[in-house]
Design a protein around this ligand. Structure first.
Ligand code: NAD
Length: 500
């Protein structure tokens, strides 16, 4: 069994209170690692190290190109340890092998993109003010300081990269708190950062529980910004706690994304794409297409084909490359998903397939839930309004497009949505009416590192990725440089200055 220590101030150290987290393989409940568990004193040490590295260290003052080279080295080392990271991600989180492989590949690629961003000069002139003889005005972007990053368990390595990359590119120092359920690959990342030789304190990684390490980080007066990804429920709490010290906050939270099929969609493509939208990573994705809106005219045929295809999904050992559906991350998540399925049935929705744990004896120790499709769903039902975060699809029929758009927007969430149609212009018009941060047309889950990603409404605040994502990690400074030159010609000369 592997053992991991906290990474604080460039050193691997035990936790102050001797607490440990056991990482459990969701496929068979074997213990795969023991990880030191941070509590408040450890967070205090990590913030102190990050503070010192920011206030006194070289990192914020290094050139963008120098920072870029170190960030790129992380990307290179992820590629060098590719196989090991994939295996650990599967065992720690229950990701299927195929999904974990893509995650590690994208983690390296995303980090490479952030390394390029580090070299970007974000300085902008203020148009219209810099008249000759008056003043020059420029906007410069500066790092915020110490960033506290808190991440969930569904994409452990990728989420760590999405937080570290832009924060470091902009010149901040970071205290990263991985999820208590999936701390292992973040600790491997700590090893990579140590090997590269980042200045001590620039990156600190402290896995721990949300109510202990998480809250200590959010409340800490030495932290300038909180970058949080997780549920909307905890996101609200984080925002409230951060308000005490007026920390900047970006929140990437939950979703209940509407997947609208138009009657002129390419049916086979829409079927496959919709299955990917909901069943990818067992539905444990913030942007999963959990609410399917089907026109009444094609609903029966579409649903029949969807159920047939769902029967063919391979549920099994996530290490097996043939597996489509692995276990959920934990017993807690399995119980939560089964609880929602019961609630859906109790409220009158009809289970067309799934709705239970698999019957296969070989899977009995894993936290599995069969891919589940509900029909007869009303958009007001609990299963259509609350985030389940499991392989559970709600199918809702609609009469016309206005009806579909109205129901799609009738949600407290607004993270993503999708429209399937052969008529892309029509689909674009509908996409513009959907209140969501990303809308895919004939596609799903494609999140580009170059395009901003984030939520409308209670799906979050702020954006990740692209230049907008980088700017979220900067303060704006206006530099006003006098060009008048002569004392008597200054605007204030007639206002308060005594003459003579
Ligand atoms: P969660 O909200 O339970 O936990 C997220 C993180 O917050 C964990 O590290 C946890 O330890 C920490 N935390 C918990 N309580 C805290 C507290 N009181 N103070 C500070 N930190 C605390 O979410 P989860 O179950 O780990 O992940 C699933 C959720 O994440 C889903 O809602 C999903 O939609 C969301 N998510 C969103 C995105 C996005 O980009 N919008 C991406 C991935 C996951």
């Amino acid at each position: 069994m592997q053992e991991y220590q906290l990474f604080i101030d460039g050193k691997f150290v035990p936790s102050s209170e001797g607490k440990k987290i056991q990482s459990i393989n969701p496929f068979d409940q074997s213990i795969i690692a023991s990880v030191e568990c941070a509590t408040k004193p450890d967070v205090d040490k990590a913030v102190a190290a990050a503070r010192k590295a920011f206030d006194e260290g070289p990192w914020p003052h290094m050139s963008g190109d120098e920072r870029s080279a170190m960030i790129k080295a992380v990307s290179d080392k992820i590629n060098d340890t590719f196989k090991q990271l994939v295996t650990l991600e599967v065992m720690d989180s229950g990701s299927t092998y195929r999904k974990a492989k893509e995650d590690v590949y994208l983690s390296a690629r995303n980090m490479y993109y952030f390394s390029k961003l580090a070299s970007r000069d974000l300085t902008e002139p203020v148009e219209g003010l810099n008249k000759p003889g008056f003043s020059q005005n420029i906007i410069v972007r500066e790092p915020m300081g110490v960033v506290g990053s808190i991440i969930p368990w569904n994409f452990p390595l990728k989420m760590a990269i999405w937080k570290l990359g832009p924060a470091l590119a902009a010149g901040n120092t970071v205290v990263l708190k991985p999820s208590e359920d999936t701390p292992v690959t973040a600790m491997k990342l700590a090893k990579i950062i140590d090997e590269i030789g980042f200045p001590p304190g620039v990156v600190n990684i402290v896995p721990g529980y949300g109510h202990e390490a998480g809250e200590a980080l959010v409340k800490h007066p030495g932290v300038d910004k909180i970058a949080f990804t997780g549920s909307t429920e905890i996101g609200r709490k984080v925002m409230a706690m951060a308000s005490e010290t007026m920390k900047r906050c970006t929140l990437e939270c939950g979703g209940k994304s509407a997947n609208i099929i138009l009657n002129d969609a390419d049916m086979e493509m829409a079927l496959d794409g919709s299955m990917y939208a909901i069943f990818y990573h067992q539905g444990q994705c913030c942007e999963a297409g959990t609410r399917m809106f089907l026109p009444e005219s094609i609903a029966d045929e579409f649903i029949e084909k969807l159920v047939d295809k769902t029967k063919k999904l391979v549920i099994g050992d996530p290490m097996d490359k043939a597996t489509d559906i692995g276990p959920l991350v934990s017993k807690k998540q399995q119980d939560r998903v089964l609880g929602y399925i019961k609630k859906g049935a109790d409220e009158g929705a009809k289970i067309l397939i799934g709705g239970k744990k698999p019957d296969d004896e070989k899977l009995k120790n894993g936290f599995f839930v069969d891919p589940t499709i509900f029909s007869n769903v009303d958009n007001k039902m609990t299963i259509a309004q609350e985030e389940i975060f499991g392989p559970v699809l709600s199918v809702i029929t609609y009469k016309d497009v206005d009806d579909a758009v109205r129901m799609a927007n009738d949600s407290m969430y607004g993270l993503a949505a999708g429209v399937w149609s052969k008529d892309k212009e029509k689909a674009k018009t509908i996409a513009r009416r959907l209140r969501a941060g990303t809308v895919w047309i004939n596609e799903w889950h494609l999140i580009s590192e170059k395009a901003p990603f984030g939520g409308y409404k209670q799906s979050g605040i702020g954006r990740e990725f692209g230049i907008d994502g980088l700017k979220e990690y900067t303060e704006i400074k206006h530099l006003h440089i006098d060009e008048v030159g002569e004392r008597e010609k200054k605007q204030w000369y007639d206002v308060v200055v005594p003459k003579g």
